[in-house]
Design a protein around this ligand. Structure first.
Ligand code: 6GU
Length: 229
């Protein structure tokens, strides 16, 4: 997969992209992630990327021209048409199903904005899908873009070792994970549940399933399908 990111702050991406699974996936050639600074596509001496909103009101708006020019530069360089994603609180809410859907694309182009928002014509003109990562306001789209990249890349074949590969499956069943424990058996008086030490794999599986249902009921009842409720 190839992922391009258009951003005013490419440096913000450096640390998340150079650790752990994202780092390894790039090293192994599973994903190629390229950052493009929108400001490099300004044409005036101030390198202006934002302007006052028509109609008045607070804040500044991301201008069309630098974003379109950066976009067209990237489109020229590679013939595969990308899925174009605009990170915005107005977008469709990101979830595991959307991550899985995006992980099937050959190419993604993410656009992260700053200021009050994008000129509306950026989304319409570039035929972008709009994605939000949740109902709260971030200072810009960069962290949201990183969330999307992380969730998508770990789903690419071979991106994960065996150990981690089951986590996503459980979420896709619509239930939270069961509780995990490792050594010691007793930590400051907090004991590992007896059943996990029993060696009875049937009983353990049953207990874990029960825990998943119970946790989901108490912490995320919204996730429960009618047959589990
Ligand atoms: Cl994608 N952008 C911003 N600025 N805030 C958000 C968001 C995106 N998703 C949730 N909050």
């Amino acid at each position: 997969m190839r992922i391009d990111v258009l951003t005013l702050f490419p440096e913000m991406f450096e640390s998340p992209l150079s650790h752990s699974i994202l780092k390894r996936a790039q090293e192994r050639g599973i994903v190629d992630i390229a950052l493009t600074n929108i400001r490099d596509f300004t044409t005036d001496s101030y390198k202006k990327v934002d302007d006052k909103p028509y109609g008045g009101g607070p804040g500044m708006v991301m201008m069309c021209a630098p974003v379109f020019d950066a976009f067209e530069h990237l489109r020229q360089a590679c013939p595969t048409p990308p899925r174009v994603i605009l990170l915005t609180p107005q977008g469709r809410k990101f979830d595991q199903a959307l991550a899985r859907d995006l992980s099937g694309a050959e190419r993604l182009l993410l656009i992260a904005g700053r200021y009050e928002g994008f000129d509306e014509r950026i989304g319409t003109g570039l035929e972008a899908e709009q994605i939000s990562i949740g109902d709260y306001v971030l200072s810009g789209g960069e962290l949201a873009a990183m969330v999307v990249i992380d969730a998508v890349v770990r789903l690419l074949p071979e991106a994960l070792g065996d150990a981690a590969s089951t986590t996503e499956e459980s979420f896709s069943e619509g239930l939270l994970e069961y509780p995990h424990y490792t050594r010691p058996e007793d930590f400051r008086g907090m004991k590992v549940p007896e059943i996990l030490l029993s060696g009875d794999h049937g009983k353990i599986a049953q207990w874990r399933h029960q825990q998943r249902l119970e946790r989901t009921r108490t912490q995320r009842p919204d996730l429960l399908s009618p047959e589990n409720a």
